[in-house]
Design a protein around this ligand. Structure first.
Ligand SMILES: Cc1cc2nc3c(=O)[nH]c(=O)nc-3n(C[C@H](O)[C@H](O)[C@H](O)COP(=O)(O)O)c2cc1C
Length: 341
């Protein structure tokens, strides 16, 4: 089984350099992008011993969805830039791994088609000012079988990604489109960043969908407090993989304070910089109920399609399984903050 770094190297060779940069890059000087990974390296595990971990397990349940391991696939745009099978390949490998695939609003495969091959499917939304259109997209996702809604709230405007300017990467190649953005006439709309989105709009969203609702992109503890008060069903502690606000706190650094405020009332998912099983264990110990992975999945997809994604997920599963047991835990719930320094 290849490492994630090896798969990234293959992906880099295979991809058009502008597309590689689109996946790999972050906002500004990419300080937050780097900080996401560095924060994991800067913290070490202090394992416990003699704890009879012969029988241990990784499965968790998040907002009614079963996950065979505390790792899910984050929403990322445009999988067909990575591989012709695109989101279908990713969703198949994720289903095989028994975990959640979060379909992006910017998917190059329609959510209905993704749902046919996915096992546990969630849907990510960029709220559109045309509420009728937003409601229609949510209905499409819910009717297709999506079990949760992930509302991205860290993208009031698009982050400035220098690599995209440098490469003049603005449009998808001919034949590819953001298939969830088709309106009733069949025209594909541009995705609007939700600049005017407020807490009141979230109330409206809750009225028009029955799916449990997650907020994605919360790092300020007061926003986490408010989300719980507003009846939100879960939070992604995330800075969008360093692609939005450069100079923003790394997601792992933001986690402990949020975990302390939320105090188990809603599930927390951490994403950004998770590259190994030890990373997964550190995030769980510091208060996450599960982690999300973005780029590693894209590297697997670009390197080897469905097989490559399966490789990434199985490697993370095996590493997490080993790290959990070596920390003296029998399940993710037994990982506690004292195991991390
Ligand atoms: C190429 C790319 C596209 C992304 N597209 C979306 C998206 O459409 N919607 C969204 O909410 N987040 C999107 N994200 C952010 C991811 O969901 C996630 O927060 C991030 O990738 C996690 O960091 P990691 O890549 O270090 O694992 C994207 C990330 C990347 C790398």
């Amino acid at each position: 089984m290849r490492t994630i770094a090896e798969l990234e190297a293959i992906a880099r060779e295979r991809l058009d350099p502008a597309h590689y940069d689109y996946y790999a890059g972050g906002a500004g000087e990419e300080a937050t992008l780097r900080a996401n990974e560095r924060e994991f390296h800067d913290r070490v595990l202090v394992p416990r011993v003699l704890r009879a971990v012969g029988k241990h397990e990784l499965a968790v349940e998040i907002a009614g969805s079963p996950l065979s391991m505390p790792i899910l696939v984050c929403p990322t745009a445009f999988h067909r830039l990575a591989h012709p099978d695109g989101e279908l390949a990713t969703a198949r490998a994720t289903a095989e791994a028994g975990t959640v695939f979060v379909c992006s609003m910017a998917s190059t495969t329609a959510v209905e088609d993704v749902a046919k091959v996915a096992d546990v499917l969630w849907f990510q939304l960029y709220f559109q000012s045309d509420r009728k259109f937003t409601e229609a997209v949510l209905n499409r996702a819910e009717n297709a079988g999506a079990r949760a809604l992930v509302v991205t709230v860290d993208s009031a405007v698009r982050g400035r990604r220098e690599r995209e300017y440098r490469n003049a990467f603005h449009d998808l190649p001919p034949g590819l489109a953001a298939e969830n953005m088709r309106d009733e006439t069949g025209r594909v709309r541009d995705i609007e960043m939700p600049a005017d989105l407020t807490w009141e709009d979230l109330d409206w969203l809750r009225e028009v969908t029955n799916m449990p609702m997650f907020l994605k992109g919360v790092v300020h503890p007061e926003d986490a407090r408010r989300a719980v008060a507003a009846g939100i069903d879960g939070i992604f502690v995330s800075n969008h993989g360093g692609r939005q606000l450069d100079g923003e706190i790394s997601s792992l650094a933001a986690l402990p304070e949020i975990a302390s405020i939320v105090d188990g009332r809603v599930p927390l998912i951490l994403d950004g910089g998770v590259r190994s099983g030890a990373d997964v264990v550190k995030a769980l110990a510091l208060g996450a109920d599960a982690v999300g992975v973005g780029r590693p999945v894209l590297w697997g997809l670009a390197a080897a399609g469905q097989e490559g994604v399966a490789e990434v997920l199985e490697r993370l599963r095996e590493e997490t399984d080993t790290a959990l047991a070596l920390c003296g835990a029998r399940n993710p719930g037994e990982l506690t903050a004292d195991l991390v320094r």
